[in-house]
Design a protein around this ligand. Sequence first.
Ligand code: HEC
Ligand code: HEC
Length: 238
Amino acid sequence: MPTPKVDMRVALIAAGLLLASAPSWSAETPAAPASSVMESSFPAPTAAQLQAGAKVAQTCAACHGLDGNATSTEFPKLAGQHADYLVKQLHDYRVAKGANHPARINAIMNGMAATLTDAQIRDVALYYSRQTFKPGVTFADKKDLKLGRSIWMAGIPDRAVPACVSCHGPGGAGMPSRYPRIGGQWQGYLETELQMFRNDRRTNSPEMHDIASRMTDQQIAAVADYAAGLRAHYGMPR
Ligand code: HEC
Ligand code: HEC
C-alpha cells in the first residue's frame, strides 16, 4: 500500500483542533480497552482476499468509484472506511432471518447486497478499507460551520445530544471496530443518513436513532456540513 502523503498544513490545523478540544475529547471519550475499540476485528487481509474484493468492487465502481472514492455526491465514499462497519452495513441491507424488511432500506443497495455471498461481503469490505480515502470539501457558510462545529465538539446540551467527537473522533475518522469514518464524506449523504436514522428508515443503530431524533433539520444540516469538511486521514487509526 502506498504511504499517504502528509499534508503539513492539514496536519497543523488538525493538531490545533485537537489541542483546542482536548478537554471535552478526553473527558467524553468512552474509557474502553484500546484493543477492542481501536483495532479492526479483521486480521490483515491476504492477497487473495484483496484480489477477490477488487473483483467484486468492479460491480460497485459505477457508483462508488473503483477505489471507493465516489466522484458523484449521490454515492457515499467507501475508501478507507473500516472493514467492520462495511461488513455490518452490507448485512443490514439484506433482510435478516425473521425480519420483514432490511434494517437499512435503500432500493439500490438492498438489491446489490442480496446478490453477494458472505465471503464476497468480507472481501469487498477489506478491499475498500485498504484504499486511500480522498477527503471532501464543504461549501457551508461560516455561521453554519460555527453551529456544526459546536455540535461536533460539545453536543447540544439542552437536548441531551452527545458530542459527535466522543465516538467519531476529532477528525471524523471513527474507530475501526466500532465507529465509522464520517469526516470528509459528502454533506448531502451525511444529512440524508441522519434523517433516515431519525425517521426509522435506517433502523440499524439505536444510538444514532436516539441522537438524530433529538436534532432539528437545521442542526442536522449544520453538523453534516462541518463533518464533510473534516480532513479525516491525518494520523488517526484506521
Ligand atoms: C447504482 C449505484 C450503486 C451501486 C452499483 C452500488 N451502490 Fe452501494 N450505495 C449506493 C447508494 C445510493 C448508497 C446510499 C444508500 C443509503 O442511503 O442507504 C450506497 C451505500 C452503500 C454502503 C453504505 C455506506 C455507508 O457509509 O454506510 C455500502 C457499504 C455500499 N453501498 C457498498 C456497495 C458495494 C459493495 C457495491 C457493489 C457490490 C455497491 N455498493 C454498489 C449506490 C450504489
Ligand atoms: C455513542 C457513540 C456515537 C455518538 C456520540 C455519535 N455517533 Fe454517529 N454513529 C455511531 C455508530 C455506532 C454508527 C454506526 C451505526 C451503524 O451500525 O450503522 C454511527 C453512524 C453515523 C452516521 C452514518 C455514517 C454512514 O456512513 O452512513 C452518521 C452520519 C453519524 N453517525 C453522525 C453522527 C453525528 C453528526 C453525531 C453527533 C451529533 C454522532 N454521529 C454521534 C456512534 C455514535
